[in-house]
Design a protein around this ligand. Structure first.
Ligand code: Q0Z
Length: 286
């Protein structure tokens, strides 16, 4: 995109400025595992993520307005409103896993939420919890408690992002579970528009911003297979790779299996054939 200024890079996405008010977010087909971006791409992964995010933005705009202006013809890029971003990662956990499980094992709590004793890894929580973290440029986000989050965005805005985050999660987790996918946890990024209104930004309820688990295979007391990345993880583990860059190249069967899982997640959640999306990205917005 030569006529537009590059304004940011994520691990597998790029951000460009169209003008002062509009950005283009491009999702590549790159995949990361164990925090390393691999050289082998998963065809259509970027389209799946962009389409899913568009689907969720439209279906949740009754909860909170969002930054989406439209999907581009390529299906992997979206135009969005440029916002003032809040310096907070808004995480909601419905199940105890990942860094929340690590915190719980060490302290019995996570982000200041006292949790019931005797929880097992991957247990569903009695109620979903809001566990904000800070954006770390290098390495992992750091879980913080509500007091630290309040210092970052102010008491009123924190109350608002907590309420909205929990409402978004409850809505999407129920939709997904009815279609065979557990959304174990999810991360939102919010911005504020020129009028001071809270706006959902970035991506929402994609496999890159959330942990998707196949509901049919859910078993508490152990870590769960990832809906999308399990073939890649299993293959990488089978090699005895030390998880430092550069990662291994993926064989064709692992690529094909992983692509099929992304497409399966898209079709289960949107109830739209992926081919229809490719032909007409705006199909997910209707
Ligand atoms: C999102 C990110 C990515 C690199 C900035 N609507 C918005 N307005 C202002 N800023 C952003 C957004 Cl989404 C914004 N990021 C995260 C995404 C590549 C960084 F695709 N950074």
């Amino acid at each position: 995109m030569p006529e537009t200024a590059h304004v940011g890079s994520g691990k597998v996405r790029e951000l460009y400025a169209l003008d002062d008010d509009r950005l283009v977010l491009v999702a590549s087909d790159r995949i990361s595992t164990f925090d390393v971006v691999l050289a082998t791409e998963i065809p259509d992964k970027g389209r799946v993520l962009t389409g899913l995010a568009g689907f969720w933005f439209v279906r949740t705009n009754w909860i909170v307005p969002n930054h989406l202006l439209g999907l581009r013809e390529d299906g992997r890029s979206s135009e969005c409103r440029r916002l003032e971003m809040l310096p907070l990662e808004c995480v909601v956990r419905g199940y105890i896993t990942g860094s929340g499980w690590k915190d719980y094992e060490a302290t019995g709590a996570t982000s200041g939420h006292a949790l019931p004793t005797g929880l097992r890894e991957s247990d569903r929580l009695p109620v979903p919890i809001f566990t904000p973290s800070t954006k770390a440029d290098e390495g992992h986000d750091e879980n913080i408690d509500l007091e630290q989050a309040r210092e970052l965005v102010g008491a009123d805005r924190l109350e608002e992002v907590e309420r909205v985050s929990l409402e978004l999660y409850r809505f999407a987790a129920e939709h997904a579970l009815a279609r065979g996918i557990i959304i174990a946890d999810t991360k939102f990024e919010f911005g504020v528009d020129a009028e001071g209104r809270l706006v959902l930004a970035d991506e929402a309820f994609t496999p890159d911003s959330s942990r998707f688990w196949p509901a049919a295979e859910y078993e508490t007391g152990k870590s769960q297979p990832s809906f999308d990345k399990q073939f890649v993880r299993d293959y990488c583990e089978s090699l005895g790779w030390d998880k430092t860059a550069p990662g291994p190249e993926l064989p064709d069967d692992v690529v094909a299996g992983t692509r099929a899982r992304y497409v399966e997640a898209f079709e289960k959640l949107t109830e739209i054939p992926f081919d229809r999306y490719v032909a007409d990205p705006e199909a997910v917005l209707r």
